[in-house]
Ligand binder design. Structure first.
Ligand code: NAP
Length: 318
């Protein structure tokens, strides 16, 4: 017999919503917090686009509320993170912190994706204070301010275009002289009069004073000269990495590492293993879409445990 009916991995909006729904269905979900408890929203300041809050709520407070809500209905939390899984037999086995093995009849993977960071001096300490990885979340705070977007892919083009709605000027900084972004996205950005370009430049430091970002120091890859591009906001848009390496190939993922699901549910290719949130979604990546998919995953688990879930992975999408 398994230790738990359902184990949920991760405590971002997806995992916590799954925990609320599973707990209210009397499944007593066991939730492994993950290595970033609360998920990416704990890295942001005010959240203004999560429905239900007429006034802004701080990201960490929103996540704390979701957690308390899940606990109120009987969800049990354990700190630590899943380091490996064995989905080859039932019950499923999950190893936490490399030393404790838990078993479950069903699993919900909501381990999210982590925004990649540049890894340069000054960056981490200014996250939430001028450095952001989410234009949709934080763009509004830079109304009439100068913004830098780092990256040359579709996300950087999309975020730069979006940010021109707020910023006085957006500067895209890219490390090569050609962009990775698709032509249509490039053209949209190039035709935007509020976007200027600094190509062939490697970011080397985020500069700040009195807890305010002053700009990005870059090195010109041709001349080797360094200079400061002044701005109040810096959006790092160099891609995300889904947190799926611990699955070690036991669940089907796409070439980047996102879990492959079908159109209708968060079912993975392994019957009884479901997923939700950014770990399966490279496109929308919003707290509210993650929460919605967490609700779906928990409802599917409930059906699965009743023997009433139809596992149809044939419509899988990547
Ligand atoms: P991406 O395509 O991997 O692009 C990442 C960009 O960041 C690249 O230009 C890369 O430079 C740069 N970069 C990576 N590490 C860096 C570092 N350490 N320092 C400086 N620059 C660095 O990621 P993405 O733009 O997030 O897109 C991910 C996927 O989602 C893509 O398949 C994309 O097409 C898709 N997407 C689609 C849409 C849309 O269609 N609406 C919108 C967003 C994303 P290099 O080019 O030199 O490698």
């Amino acid at each position: 017999m398994a230790d738990h009916k359902v184990i949920i991995l991760g405590t971002g909006p997806a995992g916590l919503t799954a925990a609320i729904y599973a707990a209210r269905a009397n499944l007593k979900p066991f939730v492994v917090e993950g290595n970033e408890p609360g998920g990416q929203l704990t890295l942001t300041s005010e959240v203004e686009n999560f429905p239900g809050f007429a006034d802004p709520i701080l990201g960490p407070d929103l996540m704390e509320n979701m957690r308390k809500q899940a606990e109120r209905f009987g969800a049990i939390f354990q700190d630590g993170w899943a380091t490996s899984v064995d989905f080859s037999a039932r019950p499923f086995k999950i190893t936490v912190n490399e030393d404790e093995t838990l078993t479950a009849d069903a699993v919900i993977i909501s381990t999210g994706a982590s925004a990649k960071l540049l890894g340069i001096p000054g960056e981490t300490e200014m996250i939430g204070h001028g450095v952001s990885t989410c234009a949709t979340c934080d763009g509004f705070f830079f109304t009439n301010k100068r913004i830098i977007v780092v990256g040359g892919g579709d996300s950087a083009m999309e975020e730069a275009s979006f940010l021109t709605k707020f910023a006085s000027m957006v500067t895209i900084v890219h490390r090569r002289d050609t962009l990775r972004a698709s032509k249509v996205m490039q053209d949209r950005a190039r035709n935007n009069p509020k976007i200027q370009w600094v190509m062939n430049a490697t970011p080397i430091a985020v500069k700040s004073a009195n807890h305010q970002v002053q700009g990005l120091e870059v090195r010109d890859n041709v001349t080797g000269e360094t200079r400061l591009i002044e701005a109040e906001g810096i959006f790092v848009s160099i891609g995300h990495q889904p947190n799926t390496s611990f699955l070690n190939g036991q669940v089907a993922v796409d070439k980047v590492g996102y879990i492959i699901t079908n159109h209708k549910s968060g079912a993975t290719n392994v019957e009884g293993v479901f997923c939700c949130g950014d770990v399966m979604d490279s496109r929308y990546r919003q707290a509210v879409t993650a929460a919605g998919s967490g609700c779906r995953a928990a409802m599917d688990v409930e059906k699965y445990l009743e023997g009433a879930f139809v596992h149809d992975w044939s419509m899988s999408i990547t």
